[in-house]
Unconditional design. Structure first.
Length: 591
C-alpha cells in the first residue's frame, strides 16, 4: 500500500518528529511504502511530489493542521493526534486504513483543522459538548483533563465547556441553558458525581486518565457512542461501548476513591490541627483548658473521628446514591468505635451501599407507602443489617488485623522499614496518579487514623519525585529537550513541589519506557530514605508547603534530603537515558 504521512505540530518541533519516528518503522513492518511530509521549524519543508500524491491510497495527517489540503481531495484521509500514534503504531496504521474516509475538502480553509470528527454522525461535525471532570483528590487530574478536553474539542471544531469538580468544589459550573443546548455530555470522573441534571441527554462516561491521555479519541468515541441513560441506571448507557464497559468494571475502585475524596479534607484539617497543637509542646494538649488542648480536640478528637464514618458513608453513597449515606456513616462510626479503623470503614461502606441498593431494587411496596421507602425503610433496614454485621461478624476480627498491622508498622526494624518505604515509593511513581499510585496513597491516608504517620511521609515524599525529577532533567540536559518540553519541565518542577505527581505525565506519555523506570528508581530511594530516617507526616497533602506548619513533618532536614536524593536520581537518570531530539537530516523525507 502507498501511504502519505503529513506530520505537523503547533510549535513545529518535537511532535512532528515523534510521529514520523514511530510510524515509519511500523509501516515498513506492514510492507507499506510511506512518503513523508514533515513540517518542522528545524528544517525546510520538502513538499510531496505530484506522483506520490497521485499514487497514494491513504493519507494520514498527524497534528492539528493539514497544509495545502486541496491537493488531497478525493483521497482517503485519516486525521489523528500524537497521543493516538505513540502507544501502538502498527495497530494505529491498521485502524487508519479501515476507517479513513474520502476527503471532499469542504471542511478545510487553507491549513485549518477539520471540523468533522471521526465517528460523529452530524453532517457538519460541529457539536456542542458539555463535560464534567473529577478525580479523587480534585487537584491535578481534574484540571489537566478539563484542559485536554477543551483543547481537543477546539482542534476538532467542536464547542466544549468543562466543569471541574475539584477539591474546592465545582468551578466553571455549567448553566441550565448550556446543558439544554448540549448535543452530548462527557463525564470524565473517577468518583461518583450527580448526573441528574443531564437527564435526557446523550452521556458518555470515562475516566480522567482517558480524558487526559486520549482526549481527542475520547471526544470522537463520545460523539459515536454516547447514549441516553435511563433514570437511576447509572452507567448503563455506556454498556454498549468498550470504554464504558471498562469504566464500569472498575466500579469497586471508583466507589473506594469516592469515599477517599470526601475523607481527605477531614484528614488534612485534622492532621494540621494536631500538628499545630504540638507547637506548644508535644504533651501540651494534655493540660485541659489550653489552646493546645482545644486544637487537639478539634483535630484529633473530632476531625480524625469523622474520617472513617465519612469514608464509609461516601463509599455507600457512590454505590446506592443518597440512601446509602446514613447506613454507611453508621457502619463507619461502629468500625471506628470497635477499633476496626479504615479497613473496617471500607468494609462497612461496601456492606451498607450494596445492602441499600438491594433494598431499593428488590423490596417492592404498595404505591400508597412507596414514598416511605427512602426516608424509613431503606435507612432502617440497611443500618440494621450493616450494624449487626459489623458488631457480631466483621468488627472484632478486622480490629485484630488492624491492631496487628499497626503494631507491626510501629515495631519494624530498619530493614523492613526501608523495604516498605521503597515499595510504597515505587508504587507512587509507577502510573503517576493511576490505580497503583492511588492504592499506595489510600493505604497511607488510612493509617493516619491509627496514628501511624511514617508510611504517609514516605508516600508523599516519593510522589513529589517524578515531577521534580522531570524539571531537573530538562535543566541538566537542555539540549536533549525541545523548547516546549523545557517549558513543561519548569511547570513540572513546581507541580512536584506541590505533591502533584501528574506533572510528569506529559513526559511519560512521550517516553514511558525511560520516564517510568527513572521515576520508580528515584521514588523507591526517597521512600526508603524517608522510612530509614523515621520521618512522620501529619497531613496527606500539600507537598513542600506543609513545612510552613510547625511539626507537620519531622525531622524536616532529613525529610528534605530524602526528597532531594530521589529527585536528583530521577532527573539525572532520565537526562542520561533520554535520546537527543533527532537532527533534521536524521529523517528521510519522501522515502
Amino acid at each position: 500500500m502507498n501511504v502519505i504521512l503529513i506530520s505537523t505540530c503547533p510549535n513545529g518541533t518535537a511532535t512532528s518528529y515523534l510521529a514520523v519516528e514511530r510510524l515509519k518503522p511500523a509501516a515498513e513492518a506492514l510492507n507499506w511504502h510511506i512518503d513523508v511530509e514533515l513540517h518542522s521549524s528545524l528544517a525546510r519543508v520538502e513538499p510531496l511530489s505530484a506522483d506520490a500524491i497521485k499514487d497514494a491510497e491513504l493519507v494520514i495527517a498527524v497534528g492539528d493542521q493539514l497544509p495545502d489540503a486541496g491537493r488531497f481531495i478525493g483521497k482517503r484521509l485519516y486525521r489523528a493526534s500524537l497521543q493516538e500514534v505513540l502507544p501502538e503504531p502498527e495497530t494505529f496504521l491498521q485502524r487508519a486504513s479501515r476507517e479513513a474516509e474520502a476527503f471532499s475538502g469542504d471542511a478545510f480553509s487553507g491549513g485549518a483543522s477539520p471540523t468533522v470528527a471521526r465517528g460523529s454522525k452530524n453532517t457538519d461535525g460541529k457539536l456542542n459538548i458539555v463535560a464534567v471532570t473529577a478525580c479523587p483528590t480534585g487537584v491535578a487530574h481534574t484540571f489537566m483533563a478539563a484542559e485536554a478536553l477543551a483543547e481537543a474539542g477546539r482542534s476538532l471544531g467542536h464547542k466544549v465547556r468543562v466543569e471541574t469538580q475539584g477539591s474546592v468544589g465545582a468551578q466553571d459550573q455549567l448553566s441550565d441553558e448550556e446543558i439544554t443546548a448540549a448535543d452530548l455530555v462527557i463525564l470524565a470522573c473517577d468518583i461518583e458525581v450527580n448526573a441528574d441534571r443531564f437527564a435526557g441527554k446523550r452521556i458518555y462516561r470515562t475516566s480522567t486518565g482517558n480524558a487526559l491521555k486520549k482526549s481527542r479519541q475520547t471526544i470522537e468515541s463520545a460523539a459515536a457512542e454516547a447514549l441516553v441513560e435511563s433514570e437511576g441506571a447509572t452507567g448503563q448507557a455506556g454498556d454498549r461501548s468498550e470504554a464504558a464497559k471498562s469504566f464500569k468494571e472498575k466500579g469497586v475502585y471508583k466507589h473506594l476513591l469516592t469515599g477517599v475524596s470526601f475523607m481527605l479534607p477531614m484528614v488534612v484539617a485534622g492532621g494540621l490541627l494536631i500538628a499545630l497543637s504540638f507547637v506548644f509542646g508535644i504533651e501540651a494538649f494534655e493540660e485541659e483548658g489550653t489552646l493546645a488542648a482545644a486544637l487537639m480536640q478539634i483535630g484529633g478528637g473530632t476531625a480524625f473521628k469523622l474520617m472513617v464514618p465519612v469514608l464509609a458513608g461516601y463509599i455507600a453513597y457512590s454505590i446506592a446514591d443518597r440512601p446509602g449515606i446514613a447506613p454507611g456513616m453508621i457502619g463507619g462510626l461502629l468500625a471506628a468505635d470497635l477499633g476496626a479503623g479504615f479497613i473496617g470503614g471500607i468494609l462497612a461502606g461496601f456492606l451498607a451501599g450494596y445492602t441499600a441498593k438491594a433494598i431499593i431494587r428488590y423490596v417492592k411496596l404498595p404505591p400508597s407507602v412507596e414514598s416511605l421507602k427512602p426516608i424509613l425503610i431503606i435507612p432502617l433496614l440497611a443500618s440494621l443489617v450493616t450494624g449487626l454485621v459489623m458488631i457480631y461478624i466483621v468488627g472484632t476480627p478486622v480490629a485484630g488485623i488492624l491492631s496487628a498491622l499497626t503494631a507491626f508498622l510501629k515495631s519494624m526494624g530498619s530493614t523492613n522499614a526501608v523495604l516498605l518505604g521503597a515499595l510504597l515509593g515505587a508504587m507512587m511513581c509507577f502510573d503517576l496518579g493511576g490505580p497503583v499510585n492511588k492504592a499506595a496513597y489510600t493505604f497511607g491516608v488510612g493509617l493516619l487514623a491509627s496514628e501511624t504517620y511514617a508510611p504517609m511521609a514516605a508516600i508523599m515524599a516519593a510522589g513529589m519525585v517524578p515531577a521534580i525529577g522531570m524539571g531537573i532533567a530538562t535543566f541538566v540536559a537542555r539540549n536533549k529537550f525541545a523548547v516546549a518540553e523545557r517549558e513543561a519541565g519548569k511547570a513540572s518542577f513546581v507541580l512536584g513541589l506541590c505533591f502533584i505527581t501528574e506533572g510528569a505525565i506529559p513526559f511519560a506519555a512521550k517516553d514511558p519506557l525511560r520516564v517510568i523506570p527513572a521515576s520508580m528508581l528515584g521514588g523507591a530511594l526517597t521512600g526508603a530514605l524517608s522510612m530509614l530516617f523515621g520521618a512522620q507526616l501529619m497531613a496527606p497533602h500539600g507537598g513542600i508547603f506543609v513545612l510552613l506548619i510547625p511539626n507537620a513533618i519531622t525531622p524536616v532536614m532529613w525529610y528534605l534530603l530524602a526528597i532531594v536524593a530521589g529527585a536528583v536520581v530521577t532527573g539525572l537518570g532520565y537526562a542520561a537515558l533520554k535520546r537527543s531530539e533527532a537532527a533534521p537530516m536524521a529523517i528521510t523525507v519522501n522515502s
